[in-house]
Design a protein around this ligand. Structure first.
Ligand SMILES: [Zn+2]
Length: 449
């Protein structure tokens, strides 16, 4: 088991992962608000934290990955109103779409995917505790968190009070004791078609409190890793941290990990900017392998530019590995090549540096390409952490008699220097799903990509 170090936003330093309890590692990553299909930028935390869980598992830890679904929210009310449908079925449908779209990444599901609307009990109890402790107050059916009751407020995102805009606009401005305060519970308003009963009135939870409640409900307080995009550090994560600190006298999480944004052009990809590419459309166009390779090619903390060039480069990387794998044998890899594998995993243990890890994987592949009789086991082990283990095992193809005949005719045409006919036969094979590869042992057919 390697010592794993991860960058913690709160301390600004690398922290050694230190499980509370033996090998168990709780990871909570903030998931989507389900008001529309997710874009490829939303997929980055899903990929990063799923791959991190796979890596920890490889090292002998026992991770539990929790990714929540925010299924009650102003954005959902707005989208439902615009579509002229009730909000609950819209959220339900978009939750299903989110699951379908992320299923296609081939990384499996998180261990738990709690929904805000199914966690109302713990949310109400947590708010009640905050009111009891004078860290929150009810007014006209709303409940607000009293930010100045937490002397450590701002310690996660390192902001001064004058940079603390809660993003709630004018909403509740006349009811807040202090503009810094934020909503824990919102009284039901005209046109809002979902609400629950609570001691201070009928309404629904604010966004931040749901994550504190769901994380504690599933992982306890003081769990190992809290993750999410760095656009969530303030106010969302600052508020999550403050709520739990004030209600429990303990920190919600040990390590706060933040992934960088996906950028399209000069800006972060966001629905509010309008520069989005839907995840399902990107998967249709490029496939899951290229997308996972694209994400892994950048350090998770850095912004990463999404464009055709980067996706073509990722596609080429995938093809290079697939091609190399066709020459590998089943079974263990040579012991003198294991150094590349060790470096691959060492890079992941050092703040989950997938970009650096991939350079060691590439070194393994080029070494394998120079040799014969290399076993595939190490390559498969490395790729499994990224969810790309299938690349290590060449697809088997059934070459039918007709395809074999087309291939033979192409050979004959080439022998007669009838290249037009040879090309025509190659194209025909391609329409049947095969690509002709001219190797040292003569031509062979591989699945077309
Ligand atoms: Zn959250």
């Amino acid at each position: 088991m390697r010592e794993v170090r991860l960058h913690d936003t709160r301390s600004g330093e690398l922290q050694v992962l230190t499980p509370r309890d033996g090998r168990q590692v709780g990871i909570y990553a903030c998931g989507p608000t389900v008001y529309a299909r997710i874009h490829v930028g939303n997929a980055r935390p899903f990929v990063v934290f799923s791959q991190l869980a796979r890596f920890l598992e490889h090292e002998g830890y026992e991770p539990t990955l929790v990714v929540n679904v925010t299924d009650v929210n102003d954005k959902i009310y707005d989208a439902a109103a615009a579509a002229g449908v009730p909000s609950a079925p819209l959220a339900e449908e978009m939750t299903d779409r989110y699951r379908e779209d992320t299923d296609r990444l081939g990384l499996g599901r998180p261990d738990a995917e709690p929904r805000a609307t199914q966690t109302i009990g713990p949310i109400v109890a947590l708010i009640a505790e905050l009111i009891d402790r004078d860290a929150a107050y009810a007014v006209d059916g709303d409940v607000y968190f009293r930010v100045r009751s937490d002397p450590e407020y701002g310690s996660l995102s390192k902001r001064r009070p004058d940079q603390m805009e809660q993003g709630e606009g004018v909403e509740g401005a006349d009811r807040k004791e202090d503009p810094l305060d934020f909503a824990l519970w919102k009284a039901q308003k005209e046109g809002e078609d979902t609400a629950w009963d609570a001691p201070w009135g009928r309404g629904r939870p604010g966004w931040h409190i749901e994550c504190s409640a769901m994380a504690e409900d599933l992982l306890g307080v003081g769990f190992e890793i809290h993750g999410g995009g760095n656009d969530l550090a303030f106010p969302h994560h600052e508020n999550e941290a403050a709520q739990t600190r004030c209600a429990r006298d303990a920190e919600l999480a040990q390590i706060w990990m933040h992934n960088g944004m996906l950028q399209l052009g000069e800006e972060k990809m966001a629905k509010s900017v309008g520069n989005v590419a839907a995840l399902h459309a990107v998967l249709d166009e490029w496939g899951r392998e290229a997308l996972l390779m694209f994400f892994a090619s950048g350090h998770y903390r850095q912004p990463i530019a999404f464009d055709d060039d980067s996706m073509r480069a990722a596609t080429a990387r995938v093809a290079g590995i697939r091609e190399a794998a066709r020459r590998l044998l089943d079974g263990p890899s040579p012991a003198d090549m294991a150094v590349h594998k060790e470096r691959f995993f060492d890079a992941l243990a050092d703040d989950f540096n997938t970009a650096k890890a991939l350079s060691h994987l590439a070194a393994w592949v080029s070494e394998a390409n120079r040799r014969t009789g290399v076993g595939r086991a190490d390559l498969e082990e490395m790729l499994r952490v990224l969810g790309l283990e299938d690349l290590a095992v060449p697809e088997t193809v059934e070459v039918g008699a007709e395809e074999q005949e087309l291939l033979d005719r192409r050979q004959a045409a080439r022998a007669e220097r009838d290249f037009a006919e040879a090309d025509r036969l190659r194209d025909e094979l391609r329409t049947r799903g095969f690509e002709v590869r001219d190797g040292p042992q003569g031509p062979e057919l591989v699945p077309a990509r």
